[in-house]
Write a protein that binds this ligand. Structure first.
Ligand code: HMG
Ligand code: MG
Length: 318
């Protein structure tokens, strides 16, 4: 048990949890893709730079998708070169989303070394998000993963709608396991289990992780990606950590949503995650004060306050 610093929780470890957690920061991509206002490219670059300076080792930068589908990220070609030096300066990993070979060409041409493909567990979302069936989308990713691996790029495979889908309702675990297995067999280095609309609860999370373990997909190869629509994201994260997961996706200030899923709201706020992990004595390498200052700065640029409870509590303490 460690004495608390002012404004920080007392560190009281709990049994069965990892010593460190890697946070995969998605605010600049998942967060900003859903903003109505277009954020200037220079502001995005400064946001990413500040996130890296706050100690986040993985900062998802942007998406090389069709600009008509996600106009908020249409400046990927301009943005990526503005932040690329961070991987040399601070070792920050800067993954980018690519849906197809055209996206991969664009990302590789700019020197991206970490890419993410993004599949769906449900047909409805595959159609809405990628204009493909689930299997057509997997077929679209195959050459992307092959070519990325041939270039020694790290490949993440996102899987959306792992728990529930706004068109189809609850999603059977077996359906999720099938697509996860396909992504692993394709060669993805890690998977991220997306609760796109925030309907997961802790028992469901553990049931899915157990089923994946039985199907030969260990927790070590998994990240969790919880949107916080119903306030369950932290509880779900704890359930995942208890099951051996050590990679957690979160978004600075709780920015986020998905333009192609009704009822998707922001991701788990990185600050709320860091607060809980500090309280559990789990190391993340993140400087919470710097991170909060970054989210307050970004909220000013967006013209609305951060929904993160921790940002609100600590930015009004004086
Ligand atoms: P499509 O309309 O079927 O595209 O869209 P297509 O393959 O028929 O190609 C049509 C035209 O688009 C062609 O141009 C292509 O070259 C061009 P034309 O020959 O007609 O002149 N094109 C591109 N241009 C630039 N970059 C590209 C690209 N691809 C094709 N990459 C497509 C299919 C996949 C392109 C489209 O559906 C798309 O871009 N979707 C992206 C949607 C998206 O980004 N959603 C948000 C990310 S997922 C998410 O947020 C969930 C997550 O957070 C996890 C969770 O919470 O669950 C990850
Ligand atoms: Mg998401």
């Amino acid at each position: 048990m460690t004495t608390p610093e002012l404004g920080l929780p007392m560190a009281v470890p709990a049994p069965g949890l990892p010593a460190t957690v890697r946070i995969h920061e998605v605010g600049a991509r998942d967060g900003l893709q859903n903003e109505k206002a277009t954020v200037p490219t220079e502001v995005k670059a400064e946001f990413i730079r500040r996130l890296a300076e706050a100690g986040l080792s993985t900062v998802e930068a942007t998406s090389f998708v069709h600009p008509k589908w996600v106009p908020q990220l249409a400046d990927a070609e301009q943005l990526f070169p503005l932040v690329r030096d961070l991987s040399d300066l601070s070792g920050t990993a800067l993954p980018v989303l690519v849906p197809n070979e055209r996206g991969l060409d664009r990302a590789l041409a700019l020197g991206a070394t970490r890419i993410a493909v993004f599949a769906s567990a449900t047909e409805s979302f595959a159609k809405a998000n990628l204009n493909r069936t689930v299997d057509e989308a997997l077929a679209m990713f195959e050459p992307v993963v092959d070519r990325a691996k041939a270039q020694r790029a790290h490949v993440r495979g996102y899987l959306s709608m792992c728990f529930g889908d706004p068109w189809e309702g609850p999603v059977p675990v077996t359906q999720v396991v099938r697509v996860c297995r396909a992504l692993v067999d394709m060669g993805c280095d890690e998977l991220s289990l997306g609760d796109t609309i925030g309907v997961a609860t802790p028992g469901h999370v553990q049931a899915l992780l157990a089923a994946l373990g039985e199907a030969g997909v260990p927790a070590a190869a998994l990240g969790v990606h919880f949107h916080d629509t119903y306030g369950q994201a932290l509880a779900n994260t704890l359930a995942a950590l208890q099951h051996g997961v050590t990679t957690v996706d979160a978004s600075a200030g709780g920015l986020g949503g998905c333009p192609y899923a009704k009822s998707a709201t922001g991701n788990l706020a990185t600050e709320d995650l860091v607060w809980m992990l500090r309280g559990l004595g789990i190391d993340t390498g993140v400087d919470l004060d710097r991170l909060i200052a970054t989210s307050v700065w970004m909220a000013d640029r967006l013209g609305r306050p951060s929904p993160s409870r921790t940002v609100r509590a600590l930015s009004h303490k004086e």
